[in-house]
Write a protein that binds this ligand. Sequence first.
Ligand SMILES: Nc1ncnc2c1ncn2[C@@H]1O[C@H](COP(=O)(O)OP(=O)(O)OP(=O)(O)O)[C@@H](O)[C@H]1O
Ligand SMILES: [Mg+2]
Length: 391
Amino acid sequence: MFFKKKNSTGTEKEKSHYLSAKETREIAKQNARTIRELERRKKRIASEDEYTTQMRDENNIVEFDNLHTYFFGDAGVVKAVNGVSFDIPKGATIGVVGESGCGKSVTSLSLMQLVQGPRGQIVDGSIRFNMGDKAYDIAKMPLSEMRKIRGEQIAMIFQEPMTSLNPVFKIGYQMDEMVLLHTPNCTKEQAKDRSIEMLKLVGIAAPERVYDCYPHELSGGMRQRVMIAIALSCNPRLIIADEPTTALDVTIQAQILDLLRDIKTKIDGSIMLITHDLGVIAEMADYVVVMYAGRVIERGTTKEIFENPMHPYTIGLQKSKPVVRRKVDRLYNIPGQVPNPIDMPNYCYFRDRCDRCIGKCKEGYPGFIQVSPTHSVSCYLYENAEEESNV
Ligand SMILES: Nc1ncnc2c1ncn2[C@@H]1O[C@H](COP(=O)(O)OP(=O)(O)OP(=O)(O)O)[C@@H](O)[C@H]1O
Ligand SMILES: [Mg+2]
């Protein structure tokens, strides 16, 4: 954490990265107090009414509304997700992009209530989930209720297939467990049949053999297929795929993406696809959400984001992508670094890296400017664009 310290003459010293033992103790005490209060608040929620809510738009399956998820660490509070709002429409694929550490995974983990507690906590905002006949606010739901939704309604394909599968249990055991947990009155034989059917669905050639394998006996691509098969075994209405193809070569990547696309049509569900690969987004997504330093900075349809990127960061991302048949000496990179997540500035987080900043950029964090019904951007450069679109 950056602190301004006074030296013996009373003048301010350079900003220091170091914390004294006293400062660390103070932070730990403050964190313990906040965590206790947040945990108490969660436990107070007892009846369904307290977490039942209403969707803003019935056509959405999920609505993130001003979500704040923080990690209370020894050096201070990391605001991993700092006021994120976007919708996932029913039947759509929504791509979430942004550079490493911008809060993509933490946003999806918040939706599954899998943020690593007690340090990681949803401190504010709501995550409305459309159950069909009613809607729940996942940010407020007790864990016992969330367990009924997790896996059954929302499934997640994690970033690392090797660490997500348990190395000491066979694939079949891990798959059956999921089916048995979520299907009442299901026998072991029925669970096995379902698991083998799912392995077949994800394109595994010898499902009976793979069913009897340990995770280390499979290749990376097969493990990722198994993860997808587990995620699909309860017919979820929303699949969260967190970098599903990062560890795979391009051929397998293309196969996995085809598979996801196929499956989405089969289950008639929605996909939240997290990646930093713009190519994957262009191929798969209907809508794109661009995140930077824990916030959404631009959102729109894939066409809008690719053909008319507005935020200087989105423009930078597009420029840094290699283009076939365009010869360049060096690929473009966005200069500078993401601000320290513990000590975010009180103005636009991208300002210090932005080559188009204006005087106003120092005056607080910019709000969202609606440039079309589906396209909005958080940047002062477009304030006039909104006025024009309102005329
Ligand atoms: N368990 C944790 N404890 C403390 N901080 C965490 C924890 N998990 C994530 N963070 C912090 O939250 C921020 C967002 O992390 P997140 O994993 O969401 O990034 P990401 O956008 O998914 O990055 P990547 O593309 O590399 O997967 C980072 O600054 C990270 O250090
Ligand atoms: Mg991640």
